[in-house]
Design a protein around this ligand. Structure first.
Ligand code: XMP
Length: 326
């Protein structure tokens, strides 16, 4: 019989006992788990915590701001931002293969995070301090999935950009280890995190990088961000956020089709809407969204996003389709 308040109090006590007066760092991905884990540690040990946000430039519209402004405003946490957009774009240049994209993004993410770590450690050292702990947002289902036990921290590292390799320099702090997702959201709300953060739907670590079928460029990311923002805003306006598990919006950058606008022909790219209903992402069905909503999203995207002249709906279940297109 838990309440968000009792979990919060208990975890804050545990974190204090574990960390004492040492320094600690925590990576923020933009997702719920890392935000709640960081906010808990901030509540427990305040400025002993430094959060690290590696901005890889593959987040959706408004998400970097959610970390840099809203998270900081609601928690008062110290944040170190590494703006690495160019680094990721350069590393991904000319790459279309999905698994190669994932590998590059994962590799660059770890490098960028380690660079940030070194900068923070150097600053601490100049004050005679040492960083001893690393916070991870591991949840109970992650612990179970990885066979449980200690050292389950790098769970999903095959799959998740946020999954850093187990770093032996640091002792791990895992305040969410006993919690399920809904409990994490409740604790996050109790900590005063904004609804946009605690209510966030699942979003892959490699982000929009695996929602551009084809090569990733800055221009294509911009285009996809606009289309995605429209689709999400309309879903929310229709009050249907809770009806869908997640709704990938995908740019088929290697496909072009003929369209018509005014007196002229266009030759643009299709955007795919992939709204799915699911319990755990292992299986999924395509969400039967209302036609009026689909029409609105389609009209807005084709009118407002230059370069897109067609919107299509993915009506494939999982299996045989996956949720993402890459
Ligand atoms: P699929 O496409 O395999 O996706 O049906 C299942 C769930 O996993 C998410 N996903 C990822 N998450 N890194 C992640 O952190 C990835 O590389 C990745 N690929 C897929 C997907 O969004 C869905 O929730």
């Amino acid at each position: 019989n838990w309440t968000a308040t009792s979990i919060l109090d208990e975890q804050v006590d545990r974190i204090k006992a574990q960390i004492g007066d040492a320094k600690v760092i925590c990576g923020l991905s933009g997702g719920v788990d890392s935000a709640v884990a960081a906010a808990l540690v901030q509540r427990a040990v305040g400025d002993q915590l430094t959060c690290v946000f590696v901005n890889h430039g593959l987040l959706r519209a408004g998400e970097a701001e959610q970390v840099e402004l809203d998270f900081v405003a609601s928690t008062g946490a110290k944040l170190y931002v590494a703006n690495e957009q160019d680094r990721f774009l350069n590393a991904l240049g000319g790459v279309s293969d999905p698994e190669t994209k994932r590998k590059i993004i994962g590799r660059e993410f770890i490098r960028a995070f380690e660079e940030a770590e070194r900068a923070i450690m150097a600053e601490a050292a100049s004050e005679g301090e040492e960083i001893k702990f690393l916070v991870q947002g591991t949840l109970y289902p992650d612990v179970v999935e990885s066979g449980g036990g200690e050292g389950a921290a790098n769970i999903k590292s095959h799959h998740n950009v946020g999954g850093l390799p187990e770093d032996l320099r640091f002792e791990l702090v895992e305040p969410l280890r006993a919690l399920f997702k809904d409990e994490v959201r409740a604790v996050g709300a109790e900590l005063g995190l904004p609804p946009e953060i605690v209510g966030r739907q699942p979003f892959p670590g490699p982000g929009l990088g695996i929602r551009i079928v084809g090569e990733i460029t800055g221009e294509r990311l911009e285009l996809l961000r606009k289309a995605d923002a429209i689709a999400r805003a309309e879903l929310t306006a229709a009050g249907l956020d809770n009806e869908v598990w997640q709704m990938p919006v995908v740019l088929l950058a290697d496909v072009r089709s003929v369209g018509v606008m005014g007196d002229g022909r266009t030759y643009g790219h299709p955007i795919v809407l992939r709204p799915v209903s699911s319990e755990d992402a292992m299986t999924a069905d395509w969400s039967r969204l209302p036609y009026d909503l689909l029409a609105k999203i389609s009209n807005r995207i084709t009118n407002e996003v230059e370069g897109v002249n067609r919107v299509v709906l993915d009506v494939t279940s999982k299996p045989p389709g996956t949720i993402e297109w890459e």
